[in-house]
Design a protein around this ligand. Structure first.
Ligand code: HGY
Ligand code: MN
Ligand code: MN
Length: 410
């Protein structure tokens, strides 16, 4: 690998390792939105940006932002970046790779004294995973100016509101509108694929065509807690047994339709004692599909089948939508630009959809947007085993840099 390309990648990989140390749950990597770990990671990101002469700051909605001016002051800006919040027990590349790669691209331009026809805005979003608060993507929604005001009033599992968390983080919940980005003309995000396609085909890079839409819901099943020994089976209103049947019905509906995926990632049981028939079960539902009307039809079908199970079992079901993000078709001009950048670094382009959600699906609501994927080992993500090679990191960085250098406002 050419040393000129390699050293920025080596520094980027080292920074990814360093950022992975910012966790609230050591030795696991857990850096939830607006958490202590997120605040420390944001401070580190700002310090790295400052080392390169960039004036980085936390915006009112909790993103870290920095601007590298173009040849003319006030030039229209190409925005690049990704998120630095993580899931629980996460891998170190999901999000952080794209955020730190954006910083590396600008560092390379600054080191070469290059000024482009566009300014380059770097962003490290703070709320992409939606693990701490149900309503998510508030960082990119803040930039796009599409945040719902009630987002601030939602509370996390310990009762802390997003408003309180944002103030503690250094954001400004009373001036969210000030986070709205102006003068931006496009957005691009580098991200690990989080799936097996690129690796299976021996390709280091891919260009994203579309991002699946997502619906998340919370389900609360209420039955009757009872004595495990004295309650006859036919008289029980067992909330967990009902939830189990519902979860299998959700899985069956998703298996029934190609490209539809459904996940129950969280299940809590009350009172949670070995000798008590569960009185309440809460679980999460996450549904994704490339086409919104198929996803919405699946949501309706699942709601109907869960209600039928509840009625038959004599339990109560409360089903509440908590998040909705429409599918996004990446902008053709951005896709073409990424394809030629990938070709320019000697990689045969591969177009592919994204099953995972990303901030790009929000940014695309306001500006032309697209994504560059880099292969990840075994397609594993949302898992500490998540990994990429330094060579692929170097190619991804070179391709992103090439896209930025060649980009011209439309
Ligand atoms: O859930 C997702 O698709 C993303 O990783 N937040
Ligand atoms: Mn991600
Ligand atoms: Mn993720």
């Amino acid at each position: 690998m050419d040393a000129r390309i390699d050293s920025p990648a080596r520094r980027l990989m080292a920074r990814l390792d360093a950022l992975a140390a910012f966790t609230d749950d050591p030795p696991r990597l857990t850096r939830l939105c607006l958490s202590q770990a997120h605040r420390r990671a944001a401070a580190q990101f700002i310090a790295w940006a400052n080392e390169s002469g960039l004036d980085a700051y936390v915006d009112p909605v909790g993103n870290v932002r920095a601007r590298y001016e173009g040849a003319a002051p006030g030039a229209p800006a190409l925005m690049i970046g990704s998120h630095i919040d993580t899931v629980r027990d996460a891998g170190r590349y999901d999000g952080a790779l794209g955020a730190l790669a954006a910083l590396s691209v600008v560092e390379g331009l600054a080191a070469a004294g290059r000024r482009l026809p566009v300014a380059v805005e770097v962003v490290a979003f703070g709320d992409e995973e939606g693990v701490r608060f149900p309503y998510t993507l508030t960082g990119s929604r803040g930039l796009a100016g599409v945040n719902e005001p009630e987002a601030l009033e939602q509370r996390d599992a310990s009762g802390v509101s997003m408003r309180e968390a944002l103030i503690a983080f250094g954001g400004d919940p009373d001036h969210l509108a000030a986070a709205r980005a102006e003068g931006v003309v496009a957005f691009v995000e580098l991200h690990i694929e989080q799936g097996p396609v690129l690796e299976a085909e021996g390709r280091p890079l891919g260009v994203v065509t579309a991002i699946n839409g997502a619906t998340r819901l919370s389900a609360v099943v209420t039955g009757t807690a009872g004595h495990a020994g004295a309650s006859p089976m036919e008289l029980r209103r067992d909330a967990l047994a009902a939830a189990a049947e519902m979860i299998l019905a959700i899985e069956a509906r998703a298996r029934h339709e190609p490209e539809l995926v459904a996940t129950v990632g969280r299940l809590d049981v009350e009172p949670g004692a070995v000798n008590v028939v569960p009185g309440r079960a809460r679980f999460s539902i996450d549904l994704r599909a490339p086409l919104d009307e198929r996803r919405r039809r699946a949501v309706a079908d699942i709601a109907a089948s869960l209600s039928a199970i509840a009625a038959r079992r004599g339990v109560r079901l409360e089903l509440t939508p908590t998040h909705e993000a429409p599918a996004y078709i990446c902008h053709p001009r951005i896709v073409a630009g990424l394809e030629s950048a990938v070709a320019a670094v000697g990689v045969g382009p591969r177009l592919l959809p994204s099953g995972a959600g990303h901030d790009t699906m929000v940014m695309g609501q306001r500006w032309p947007a697209g994504m560059l994927f880099v292969r990840c080992k075994d397609g594993v993500s949302h898992n500490p085993a998540e990994s990429i090679s330094q060579d692929d990191c170097a190619l991804a960085l070179a391709a992103l840099t090439r896209f930025v250098e060649d980009f011209r406002p439309g």
